[in-house]
Ligand binder design. Structure first.
Ligand code: NAP
Length: 286
């Protein structure tokens, strides 16, 4: 069993760190809001005072925070991972951030004597709790082999997409599909309601055939139950689509579906829905 660290105990990070503890590893945990780390003490985790403190003595450091500047702060800020990184320690970032940002962070970590993988996840809060996440990994094969036992304690499938940054590129493709489906789910239920159709029956019919999607299945049910609690904050979905828009722009690629979902998510943010679940996009139509 290994000495490792997990930084960022939010919706995703908390269950992921829990699986590493359950697998028997000695885990140092840290969260910016310290109160969220406290329950991990009772489960045998070491409660670290800072990312640097968590990294000290750890052969691998996993993190799952928010956006690109948040990863930068945790890795290289005051008392960041860089100040406690052990030689040859492996840093694995599970946040969804910009591919270019990730490549820059990997360079800095390597210059400090460490190794780096980007490994964003899909499967949602449900998958994080159940330990069924899929990982999209960017980095060197040898580093991935080191990470695999840990990844497979937190999830089921590992996809090696290419060098550092490619995990994020694959994740952006994934997020494009999620966001377009989110808009499709919102418009389908709006259209059905306006025509006087029964929404429960409509959702059941749609997920039984070619129109089915994870969004209609999971988010559709939440919309019908008027449950907008965040399993995936709308602000994070908007962040992912902003990053995807930047990447498509750099490629000179016209993707009207992506642009529509970006517009819808920005409108939802402007309506103050950022701290609700991403399916609160539906509220734009009601
Ligand atoms: P969350 O519940 O909002 O958790 C975010 C975590 O990051 C919290 O622990 C937060 O600390 C920490 N954090 C944010 N900014 C920070 C900073 N500047 N310095 C230090 N810590 C910081 O979000 P989440 O749903 O777990 O998502 C985390 C990442 O995974 C995001 O990149 C998201 O896009 C991605 N993701 C989420 C899902 C999902 O379904 N939820 C699925 C796949 C990928 P505090 O507790 O102090 O706020």
């Amino acid at each position: 069993m290994a000495d490792i660290a997990f930084l960022g105990l939010g919706v995703m990070g908390a269950p992921m760190a829990g699986h590493l503890l359950d697998a028997g590893h000695r885990v140092a945990v840290w969260n910016r809001t310290l109160a969220k780390a406290a329950p991990f003490g009772a489960r045998g985790a070491r409660l670290a005072e800072s990312p640097a403190d968590a990294a000290r003595g750890s052969e691998a450091v996993f993190l799952c925070v928010g956006d690109t500047p948040d990863v930068e702060a945790v890795l290289f800020g005051e008392a960041g991972v860089a100040h406690g990184l052990e030689t040859n320690a492996l840093v694995v970032d599970h946040s969804t951030i910009s591919p270019a940002g990730e490549a820059g962070f990997a360079d800095k970590i390597r210059r400090l004597g460490g190794r780096f993988l980007d490994a964003p996840v899909t499967g949602g809060q449900k998958g994080a709790i159940a330990g069924t996440l899929s990982f999209m990994v960017g980095g060197e094969e040898a580093d991935l082999e080191r990470a695999k036992p840990f990844l497979l304690a937190m999830g089921k499938k590992v996809f090696h997409a290419g060098p550092v940054g490619f995990g994020q590129k694959l994740k952006l493709v994934n997020q494009l599909v999620c966001a377009v489906h989110l808009v499709a789910m919102s418009e389908a239920l709006t259209f059905a309601k306006a025509q006087g159709l029964d929404l429960k029956q409509t959702r059941e019919l749609l997920i039984s055939g070619a129109a089915g999607s994870w969004a209609l299945d999971v988010y559709g049910e939440k919309v019908l139950n008027d449950d907008y609690a965040p399993g995936f904050f709308l602000k994070w979905q908007a962040k992912d689509i902003r990053i995807a828009m930047d990447a498509a722009g750099e490629l000179g690629l016209a993707l009207p579906g992506l642009e529509l979902s970006h517009e819808r998510l920005q409108a939802a943010l402007a309506r103050g829905l950022g701290d609700e679940g991403s399916h609160a996009v539906y509220k734009l139509y009601s």
